[in-house]
Design a protein around this ligand. Structure first.
Ligand SMILES: Nc1ncnc2c1ncn2[C@@H]1O[C@H](COP(=O)(O)OP(=O)(O)O)[C@@H](O)[C@H]1O
Ligand SMILES: [Mg+2]
Ligand SMILES: [Zn+2]
Length: 569
């Protein structure tokens, strides 16, 4: 038994079976039922969307003598029999693409005047009519101008722009549309089921996308994929056949990025690389997937046209996790990497770095949360005002400004700072072990520091004003191993001042006196190298609130200063 290609085997035998051209088939069926048939039809549209198929169905119905007022050919009359045997007497099909047609058109002109052998009509189908040579076209035009009543022309073309207006004006025109992805999927599914081919539904979107709206292309690809998969249809083998990146790895990388799982992301890249994927194509496919997520997230009502509803539904589920900003962030990072790929001596490293960066994107926060955090930060700063001391706050943790780490149970619950409008220290409820030397807790509650630190500063100020003023800019962090850690961005001069042995002793004394569990001061290393502004309490607060990094510190232009101070409180 010879194998018949699917596109041939499954050419629709009824108007009903024509997929995705409902408006056209309905109009034609109405015309056939009512007998109001035009003398010339022009079918335009891309390849493989049903033009020739519909032309033949129309011809068969016109030639049929047994259909009465039914729009479909009866299938049993002599004319329909001719069709079945492949030799319809009253239908002539000319393929202008395979020869320029001069000979055929001449025969056609000879023939049109003779009455049909069987029924009411003689039908001439001229496929790819734009390919007719100049002389053939001219000869054809003459016939088209005054066709005998029993003649119907059906012209089909993929390139209507090449059809002269004189022809266009004589034809009833039907524009065939690319077949939407969901209908292509449905068509393929039906054929696969009837052909009893085992298939992985995930393989279909790949075929459908590659077919670009053409059912013929989809079926040809299906032929190839079935042969390639030795009778089965798998997503991976279809991807290989089409030369697209493995969708499994593309999805794996995309979801690893969205889940901030750097390890899984690197694994996906590794698997793709080991499967011999071209990293640039792979990255492009991940970008494409993220772009689709972004589109369904931002405009759920108008998903990308190339997707089937099932794919859209899947994307929508995937898109529930990340915020729009996160998707944009990941896209930006990957696009930058992709731009670097052709230049880079280490393309894989580029992709890996991008993946890791994307997983380390800032945490999404609702704008309301951010605003409330900024407001709270402002309050704290204002409250801390005068002495320039910010209430105790662990600066090195990743937690946001107002959230209380679980390890500091004596602080009030997060969100509502107790310090609304009040000076910081007294506003805090006094924790049980708030003061007194000798209580040797390994880590003093931060709440204590809010009270204790200003006392340290005052004590130092009283003895050495300059030294005390330096300490005013420090932020206490915590007491660890007998040392009070503070965060301080100090100039070189201040650093020297703090390093001075006598000064250190003075400070340590004050610390031992006022801070429970601490005997000395430790200036936090993290703040030492950062210059000026980066250590400013407002910047620190913003960093904590936005989980941000200080990227650069630039001197402020004079006019900025003016504006700032102009728009006062
Ligand atoms: N709209 C459609 N509905 C069902 N099958 C189609 C359709 N379009 C194309 N096909 C399939 O593709 C094959 C080629 O279609 P054809 O009508 O020759 O396309 P065109 O003339 O538009 O290039 C058909 O035999 C059929 O199997
Ligand atoms: Mg055709
Ligand atoms: Zn018939």
């Amino acid at each position: 038994m010879t194998y018949q290609v699917l596109a041939r085997k499954w050419r629709p035998q009824m108007f009903d079976a024509v997929v995705g051209q409902d408006a056209i088939t309905r109009t034609l069926r109405n015309a056939l039922a009512s007998g109001r048939v035009a003398h010339a039809y022009l079918f335009t549209g891309p390849r493989g969307v049903g033009k020739t198929t519909t032309a033949r169905l129309l011809a068969k119905a016109l030639a049929c003598t047994g259909r009465g007022t039914e729009p479909e050919a009866c299938g049993t009359c002599a004319s329909c029999g001719d069709f079945a045997s492949g030799a319809p007497v009253d239908v002539l099909e000319i393929d202008a693409a395979s020869n320029n047609g001069v000979e055929e058109i001449r025969t056609l002109r000879e023939n049109v005047k003779y009455a049909p052998a069987r029924g009411r009509y003689k039908v001439y189908i001229v496929d790819e009519v734009h390919m007719l040579s100049g002389p053939a076209f001219n000869a054809f035009l003459k016939t088209l101008e005054e066709p005998p009543d029993h003649v119907v022309f059906i012209l089909a073309t993929t390139d209507p722009k090449k059809i002269p207006p004189t022809v266009l004006s004589r034809c009833q025109r039907f524009d065939f549309r690319p077949i939407p992805p969901d209908l292509l999927t449905q068509g393929l599914t039906e054929i696969l089921t009837q052909e009893k081919v085992e298939f992985d539904p995930a393989a279909l979107p790949l075929l459908v996308r590659a077919a670009e709206g053409s059912l013929r292309d989809a079926l040809s690809l299906l032929d190839a994929a079935i042969a390639y998969g030795e009778g089965r249809l798998e997503e991976s083998s279809v991807a290989q056949l089409l030369g697209t990146s493995s969708p499994v790895q593309v999805r794996a990388l995309a979801s690893a990025l969205l889940e901030r799982d750097a390890a899984a992301a690197l694994e996906a890249i590794d698997r793709a690389a080991r499967q011999g994927e071209d990293l640039s194509g792979f990255t492009r496919d991940v970008v494409e997937l993220l772009r689709r997520l972004l589109v369904v997230k931002v405009a759920p009502g108008s998903p990308p046209a190339e997707l089937t509803p099932a794919e859209v539904a899947e994307l929508k589920t995937l898109a529930e996790g990340p915020s729009v900003d996160e998707l944009v962030y990941c896209l930006r990072v990957l696009l930058e990497a992709q731009a670097e790929l052709p230049r880079s001596p280490y393309p894989r490293v580029e992709v890996e770095m991008a993946a890791v960066r994307a997983t380390r994107r800032p945490q999404p926060q609702s704008i309301e949360t951010l605003i409330s955090k900024v407001e709270e930060a402002e309050k704290r700063l204002r409250a801390a005002g005068g002495g320039g001391v910010v209430p105790a706050r662990p600066q090195s943790t990743q937690s946001s400004l107002l959230e209380t780490p679980a390890s500091r149970p004596t602080l009030p619950p997060p969100g509502r700072g107790p310090s609304e409008g009040a000076p910081p220290a007294p506003a805090r409820p006094a924790p049980p072990a708030s003061s007194g030397r000798g209580s040797e807790a390994p880590v003093a509650p931060a709440g204590n520091l809010g009270e204790a630190w200003p006392r340290v500063v005052s004590a130092v100020l009283a003895k050495k004003a300059l030294l005390g003023s330096v300490l005013q800019h420090a932020t206490p962090i915590a007491v660890r191993d007998g040392a009070l850690a503070v965060n301080l961005v100090a100039s070189r001069f201040h650093q020297e001042l703090l390093a001075d042995r006598g000064n250190r002793e003075l400070i340590n004394q004050a610390v031992a006196e006022h801070v429970a569990g601490a005997r000395r001061l430790e200036v936090s290393a993290e703040s030492a190298p950062t210059a000026g502004a980066a250590g400013h309490p407002a910047v620190q607060a913003a960093r904590a609130a936005f989980d941000a990094e200080v990227v650069a510190v630039r001197p402020r232009a004079p006019q900025d200063v003016d504006t700032q101070e102009g728009e006062g409180q």
